[in-house]
Write a protein that binds this ligand. Structure first.
Ligand SMILES: NC(=O)CC[C@H](N)C(=O)O
Length: 414
């Protein structure tokens, strides 16, 4: 009897075959990467970029700037602290999830953290994010470093039944992020006032007692922590949709205007955003931009943006502030960059990446206008760059004849 069973088993070739892949990542050049499906069932197309942050996967996956992209994490253990309701960066919960998919190495384990409310796999499903686990993410990262960020389709089918040819064609046919305006998909549909009264963030520096500066934040895909830090720095923030005109913005009589981060190509988004930004520049209102906001400000000032080879996505990118000489470790997420050589003489390059010398900040010489390419709200990431929120507040204080606040924490508060 036992022998018969053994024979039967040997005859069953599936026992010896590798388990069927339940997820695929098919690159536009036809490369097929197999793995185990996680998250939502179905498929999605996007550009694959690698993120090197070792923590903060939930903030990363809810950053609307990742719309149109599939993230492969270089850190091997993703999902092990589960998910919660506090680490979400999306402000416009009505919009579809920004990121299209996620690629990870190790299978998801049960969450091990007191803040965990939901298993990572269930959370991915609830947000409609398609995922693949069991991928050699080191090899994929090496490939992206060599060839640039590929377009791809990520597919998850629990029965392992894929129409590989059709999926492959879809990856090859996707036009890519160049020329793509995605801010309109993630922006808030209506104007609202930011109020998160439960939030407490007081490190004893650079903040006002009460919100005293009226700020309009234009939402191209804004993150919660930006709004929190603006509020904490003393700003009463009204959020406007990405399509707001200069007239819409200035009608609020703001003390300052903030231009947010966001997905897609700045040149394409700039088609409607740049005229609005130019109106704000002409009105001489203090202006602060982050990432996509920085890039579109660069265009509004006469500069150009270009697509990067592999982009910057991580939480440990060194940047030098040329105005002070200081180096800060920053959080980054961008695949386009301002071409510093294209900026007019009226604009000073204030920050540069110490990884590749690319532009990371600018300032208009005779106006209260500045912006940075990276994410000073640091969610996730190091908090070295929080001083920029105080710098913005100080531009508004200067307008009111007030003394500047210290940009750095007092030693005892640090
Ligand atoms: N984080 C962002 O705002 C990203 C800006 C732009 N979509 C880029 O990839 O460069």
């Amino acid at each position: 009897m036992a022998e018969t069973m053994l024979t039967d088993t040997i005859a069953d070739e599936n026992v010896w075959a590798e388990p069927k892949p339940t997820a695929l990542l098919i690159l536009a050049d036809g490369t097929v990467i197999e793995g185990r499906g996680i998250g939502a069932v179905g498929h999605a197309v996007g550009e694959v970029c690698f993120n090197t942050a070792m923590t903060g996967y939930q903030e990363i996956l809810t950053d609307p700037s990742y719309a149109g992209q599939i993230i492969t994490f270089t850190f091997p253990h993703i999902g092990n602290v589960g998910t919660n309701d506090e680490d979400i960066e999306t402000v416009n919960m009505a919009s579809a999830s920004g990121v299209r998919g996620c690629v990870i190495k190790t299978d998801i384990t049960d969450p091990s953290n007191y803040r965990a409310l939901k298993n990572f796999d269930a959370w991915l499903k609830s947000r409609g994010i398609v995922g693949i686990a069991g991928v050699d993410t080191r090899a994929l990262t090496a490939l992206i470093r060599e060839k640039g960020m590929p377009n791809a389709v990520i597919a998850h089918a629990p029965d392992g039944a894929f129409d590989q040819q059709a999926i492959g064609k879809e990856a090859a046919a996707w036009p890519g992020l160049v020329g793509m305006d995605l801010a309109k998909d993630v922006t808030t549909g209506q104007t609202f006032r930011w109020d998160e009264t439960t939030w407490v963030w007081n490190k004893g520096y650079g903040h006002e007692e009460n919100p005293v500066h009226k700020v309009v934040a234009v939402d191209y895909g804004i993150k919660r922590n930006i709004l929190r830090l603006l509020a904490d720095a003393g700003c009463d923030v009204t959020v406007l949709p990405a399509t707001a005109t200069g007239e819409d913005i200035l009608a609020h009589k703001p003390d300052g205007v903030f231009l947010s981060n966001g997905p897609g190509d700045p040149a394409a988004t700039g088609e409607y955003a740049v005229p609005a930004i130019r109106d704000v520049i002409a009105a001489d209102v203090p202006l602060f931009g982050i990432c996509l906001g920085h890039q579109m400000l660069g265009i509004a000032l006469g500069g150009e943006t270009k697509k990067m080879h592999q982009g910057h996505h991580g939480a440990n990118h060194p940047v030098q502030d040329r105005t002070t000489g200081k180096v800060e470790i920053t959080s980054m997420n961008h695949g386009f960059a301002v071409d510093a050589a294209s900026l007019p003489d009226s604009v000073e390059e204030t920050h540069v990446s110490l990884f590749d010398g690319s532009n990371c900040g600018l300032r208009v010489k005779d106006k209260p206008i500045f912006s940075v390419q990276y994410h000073p709200e640091a969610s996730p990431g190091p908090q070295d760059s929080h001083y920029l929120f105080t710098r913005f507040v100080n531009l508004m204080r200067a307008r009111k004849g007030q003394e500047p606040l210290p940009e750095q924490p007092a030693p005892e508060a640090a």
